[in-house]
Design a protein. Structure first.
Length: 352
């Protein structure tokens, strides 16, 4: 098996997780790391045995040895290294969300189309056994026509204050809606076969995170004065197949849960966690719990990186293509636009 040699752009927390996963698999070697704070890149290189260190990622892209890059920069800074890497002839795995703005996501998708290289968006949850099982159940037709869905990703008190790059507009662009909300949106769209949104009505705010100095019961800490992005967002999304999707996400809330991810179909309903199928069979109501195994996060990152490397080696399409993830950016942008305007926003898939 040929070893795929990659460069790492960004050396923060998520980069360390990728390095840990790569260290546990065969066929991938990180040969260079670039970070705007070079000391952090040096520290990372020393820890993981990476031979080349740069402050400017452009120097990394000039290395012929580097066949692909993993972009682990803050959310608002995904576009430039991704586009530059594709133009330099490198395959790209960019961390979720693909971008903090629809404009950036479009530019990245167009750059991928213009190149003959892979652009994969890193979304670990795609490799969860229960997510893959849910997709198979939908494809089997077991649910019938899905006419309504809700998708949720929320924390009671979990604003990522361990790095202000999540809190500042300059580095993050958006807050909870893009950071953890993208998991929920992708889950619903992936399971349903990526229907296209046509209208979004939503609200977004940071009414709590800017007031409370500390979370409760040992949750993450943050500085309220540093929070410039939204910590809460909800939206009603009309889809082109006639279905309605309710999307809910929060970093902080006065509630233990916003519900779960569910799908209502004409033949059956499905809950994502725990994976459950609800039907009317044999003249009675039945609940079926498929035994999809649970795996640790590091296993999901291993699967993600292996899929990226295999696609490069074997000339396969992107395992999680930009065109699919662009739908999440359309909805996120629609939510933000609707919240600012105070009315429903019409949306459509951009020409890329």
């Amino acid at each position: 098996m040929r070893t795929v040699k990659v460069g790492l752009i960004g050396a923060g927390g998520i980069a360390q997780t990728h390095l840990r996963a790569i260290h546990l698999v065969e066929g991938i070697e990180v040969v260079a790391v670039a970070n705007r704070t070079k000391a952090r890149a040096v520290e990372t290189a020393k820890k993981w045995g990476i031979p080349h260190v740069f402050e400017d990622y452009q120097d990394l892209l000039e290395m012929d040895e580097v066949e692909a890059v993993i972009v682990c920069t803050p959310n608002q800074q995904h576009r430039a290294p991704t586009v530059d890497a594709l133009k330099a002839g490198k395959h790209v795995l960019v961390e979720k969300p693909m971008a903090a703005s629809l404009e950036d996501a479009i530019a990245m998708t167009r750059a991928a189309h213009a190149s003959d290289k892979i652009l994969m968006v890193g979304l670990k949850t795609r490799y969860s056994p229960h997510m893959q099982a849910a997709r198979s159940i939908f494809e089997s037709g077991e649910l019938g026509e899905v006419y309504y869905a809700e998708t949720v990703m929320a924390r009671r008190a979990g604003i990522p204050g361990f790095s202000d790059s999540f809190l500042r507009k300059e580095s993050a662009g958006l807050g909870a809606v893009a950071d953890i909300g993208v998991y929920a949106l992708d889950a619903a769209l992936y399971v349903m076969g990526h229907p296209r949104p046509v209208a979004v009505s939503g609200i977004a705010n940071n009414l709590l995170g800017t007031k409370f100095a500390r979370p409760v019961l040992g949750a993450w800490d943050w500085k309220p004065e540093e929070l410039e992005v939204e910590d809460f967002g909800v939206a009603s999304v009309r889809l082109d197949n006639g279905a309605l999707l309710i999307f809910k996400t929060a970093w902080i809330m006065h509630m233990d849960s916003l519900g779960g991810t569910i799908f209502l179909g004409t033949k059956a309903g499905m809950r994502l966690d725990p994976l459950t199928i609800y039907r009317n069979e044999w003249g009675m109501l039945t609940d079926t719990l498929p035994q999809a195994p649970r795996v640790e996060d590091i296993e999901l990152f291993k699967s993600e990186n292996l899929a990226f490397a295999d696609a490069i080696r074997e000339g396969k399409p992107s395992p999680i293509p930009a065109d699919e993830m662009l739908l999440t950016n359309v909805i996120i942008q629609g939510l933000i636009d609707s919240a600012e305007a105070g009315r429903e926003a019409q949306v459509s898939m951009p020409e890329v």
